[in-house]
Design a protein around this ligand. Structure first.
Ligand code: FES
Length: 119
């Protein structure tokens, strides 16, 4: 099993994300508002945008109307910086608009202050 420390647990506050590396792979480490850590390939599956340049946000609910948006899953959605595709962190990085597609993910565990990504 390959594993690597990608950051310290204090590097990310809940609701933040950062770029790191896992071997030669650029990875996106995310911390959701509940304090959990997740890691994904740092490359959008659409046209390859660096996802760390995007943002963590929420998803609009079905009860939203033009000009009046209601959000759910705040801080659990990665929005791509190039064309706005959105991926659900807590649902294996699946694309909101097409759940059959997802960003490749890595397993994560925290030991003391070390955030470790592994396969
Ligand atoms: S490259 Fe991410 S939505 Fe197009």
């Amino acid at each position: 099993m390959r594993e690597q420390v990608v950051c310290n647990s204090t590097d990310l506050k809940p609701g933040e994300m950062m770029k790191s590396t896992f071997g030669k792979q650029s990875v996106l480490v995310c911390r959701t508002p509940d304090g959990e850590y997740y890691a994904f390939m740092n490359q959008c599956i659409h046209q390859g945008a660096p996802l760390d340049k995007g943002m963590l946000c929420g998803a609009t609910t079905e009860s939203s109307n033009p000009g009046k948006y209601e959000y759910c899953h705040k801080g659990e959605i990665i929005r791509c910086p190039w064309h706005g595709r959105e991926f659900d962190i807590k649902n294996e990085g699946r694309m909101l608009a097409n759940p059959n597609k997802k960003i490749p993910s890595f397993k994560v565990r925290v030991e003391g202050e070390q955030v470790i990504v592994y396969k």
